[in-house]
Design a protein around this ligand. Sequence first.
Ligand SMILES: [Zn+2]
Length: 302
Amino acid sequence: MKNRLLLCLFIMSACSSGLKQQPIAENPVQVIEEKVVQSEVSPTGVQTFPGRVRWVSFVVPKGWEGARLKCKDQFIKHVPYRPGFHYAYIAETYFSDVEKHSCALKLKDREIPVIEFLVKPYAYKSEKLKVDYRKISLSKKDQKRAAREQRILNEIYTQSAATPYFSTPFRAPLTSHITSVYGTRRVYNNAHRGQHLGTDFRAAVGVPIPATNRGKVLFADDLFYTGWTVIIDHGLDIFSVYGHLSEVKTEAGAIVNGGDIIGLSGSTGRSSGPHLHWGIKIHGNYVDGYSLIEESEKQFRK
Ligand SMILES: [Zn+2]
């Protein structure tokens, strides 16, 4: 009970810190806490956690193949799986409430519920960082640049293909030490709070970075926050992002296979040292890339 109360407090503080997912300076200094809280509620639906994605297949009655799948307030892309079934990847945001919710097929004014989700609590790690605020506060010029780039990125994330480019599970881009896991809460100079919504891998400058799966490159350029960055659309509103690269080795419009080298690691943009920042964005929200790896293995399990 005490743990659940603490978690509620944590979720409130995470929510009140705002929904903006702005990358700040990278690299942890000190891990100060680690705990996972499991809820006692017995699951009646698909169990999931904030910041994770689940792969689900569900029955689609005859005549409902063209129906839209609505989860919370979003329409989710879904595709045929085997006769009578479709599948979809359902992502919970880092800020998702701990609750039950269901997804429904909608056809004109008719609606049938198909999956129920039970979002259980999960306490992410926390780390303390000391930063120089002169490096965090942006000049007017930088603010303008960052805002302009955000508009370009927002547009890119509306361009996902309706069907998947991939036909094998997702893979982590590197196997090196992870210096910051997804969801790590960051306490800057004992005050400023944020969340790290990607995975940082240890990588010296110049390490070849492979694509995490097959997809279409929608962006390969220099950004204020994440430096040289590659964004790949895998279809179904699933995107992978590779940041702080020293060099990009692909271009917008290219179709890449999983394992193809799309760039070299580096420390460009707002980064305090060489590493790879790997992000997975699904339905507009960053989720833990390892949950996508796990769930995509279910899709291709024979
Ligand atoms: Zn990062």
